[in-house]
Design a protein around this ligand. Structure first.
Ligand SMILES: Cc1ncc(COP(=O)(O)O)c(C=O)c1O
Length: 431
């Protein structure tokens, strides 16, 4: 679907304006495909699709269908279900390659995010005496920090020496691309891996993945990314940017349910190399001989070669329900609407702030450096304001000591949601 936004408008912080924007929105019908949580009999304003995406109304049917297959066929569903379970994961290749900007052979759906990060580190973090450093963002998501730290220790190295964190400059909240690149350039052939988030979970900053990858390669290192907050959110072109590997979860912007099945991207130049070291399992073994159950692992020469176990079909059915909606909406239309929604959110917060000066937005203003999420520091009474928002049915996210993260998601949030949010914040601050 084409998002033909013909509105060259000046934003207004009014309900009429927000409703007018919604009426012109070509994706407006998609909201009704999701369950919006109800609080005290009224729809909430749900702004935490960056944490857990909403449930598509179709998900239950997709899962039920597989339960039926299980009931009707038992183990034979692996071969006789409409989508035979033995290759169920293949149905994600096409929709995900569009979302990620990669080749079908470079993507596979499997496991969970942190598990996949460990598997990828096993392949792509191979330190030697010369090259052993990992360059990453300071305050990376804790699971990523733990994964890096334990791999470094596993190789008998000291995390304090091997992990190099790039921090924002004094008085700033986000990273300057020039500082990331110069940290990589100055690493004197010691860097084995550059590992960043795609979008930082706290600030909402979308890093320049292509520039980081180029710098990593020039320094002789691999470049990998945790795309938990980027997939289904921002424009991605993993293959053309020559990124070595990436992983993500599906329960945030991809709306595939709590603890949903995750995914992995590996550039074709690596997937073709079946000799690359990895932790192996039978589902990554060449399909033609997998069921001969013989000794000696032979990797499938695609991202599938990193699979360990047979597919969790019920979780995958939920994933399929959501990806079908993404396919109907189209990434281009979603990106267009996302930009309009987050621009409007910036506008509304700025308008409130012009009266109260109690909010500092730390997410970059440049549209190229952010996705849906806008992170706000509350300069006074942050927790009280957040609690009041919750009481008034705004579901947002609180991060200590004083941050509120808001993520208007183009599939199901509206301009009216944003206006209502601003109106509620304005009334709280007035009192
Ligand atoms: C950036 C990032 N990395 C890693 C994780 C951990 O994910 P999981 O619990 O699915 O392994 C999360 C979870 O929210 C995350 O936001």
């Amino acid at each position: 679907m084409q998002y033909t936004n013909k509105i060259t408008c000046v934003f207004e912080n009014t309900l009429e304006f927000a409703k007018e924007m919604d009426s012109l929105d070509p994706l407006k019908g998609f909201r009704d495909k999701f369950y919006i949580p109800i609080i005290n009999g009224k729809q909430s304003i749900y702004f935490v699709g960056n944490s857990l995406g909403l449930q598509p109304k179709s998900t239950q049917d997709y899962i039920y269908n597989e339960l039926e297959n299980w009931a009707n066929y038992g183990v034979e569903a692996h071969f006789h279900a409409e989508v035979p379970w033995v290759d169920y994961h293949d149905i994600f290749i096409e929709p995900l390659s569009k979302i990620l900007g990669c080749l079908p052979k470079e993507v596979v759906v499997m496991n969970h995010l942190t598990v996949n990060l460990h598997l990828l580190l096993t392949t792509f973090y191979r330190p030697d005496q010369q090259r052993y450093k990992i360059i990453c963002e300071a305050k990376a998501f804790p699971s990523d920090q733990y994964a890096m730290e334990t791999h470094v220790k596993h190789h008998g190295l000291d995390p304090n020496e091997a992990i190099v964190e790039v921090s924002p400059r004094h008085g700033e909240y986000t990273l300057r691309t020039e500082d990331i690149l110069s940290a990589i350039q100055q690493s004197n052939n010691q860097t084995a891996l550059v590992l960043f988030g795609g979008v930082n979970y706290y600030t909402g900053q979308y890093f320049d993945l292509e520039a980081i990858t180029t710098a990593a390669h020039e320094a002789g290192a691999y470049a990998g990314f945790d795309l938990a907050h980027a997939v289904g959110n921002v424009e991605l072109n993993l293959h053309d940017w020559d990124i070595d590997f990436a992983c993500w979860c599906s329960y945030k912007y991809l709306n595939s349910g709590p603890g949903g099945v995750a995914g992995v991207y590996i550039h074709e130049k690596h997937t073709a190399n079946t000799a690359l070291p990895r932790f192996a399992g039978w589902w990554g073994h060449t399909k033609e001989t997998r069921f001969l159950m013989e000794k000696g692992f032979e990797a499938i020469p695609t991202a599938e070669g990193w699979q360990l176990s047979n597919a969790p079909i019920l979780a995958m059915a939920a994933h399929k329900a959501s990806l079908d909606i993404f396919d109907d909406a189209g990434m281009e239309a979603l990106h267009e609407k996302r930009k309009m929604l987050s621009d409007y959110l910036f506008f509304v917060i700025d308008d409130i702030n012009s009266r109260h000066q109690l909010i500092e937005i730390i997410t970059p203003r440049s549209e190229k450096e952010r996705g849906c999420q806008v992170s706000m520091l509350m300069l006074k009474n942050g927790k009280e304001i957040f609690n009041e928002l919750t009481r008034l049915r705004v579901i947002a996210d609180w991060r200590e000591p004083n941050a509120i993260r808001i993520a208007p998601v183009p599939l199901y949030n509206s301009f009216e949601d944003i206006w209502r949010f601003g109106n509620i914040v304005g009334s709280i601050l007035k009192n």
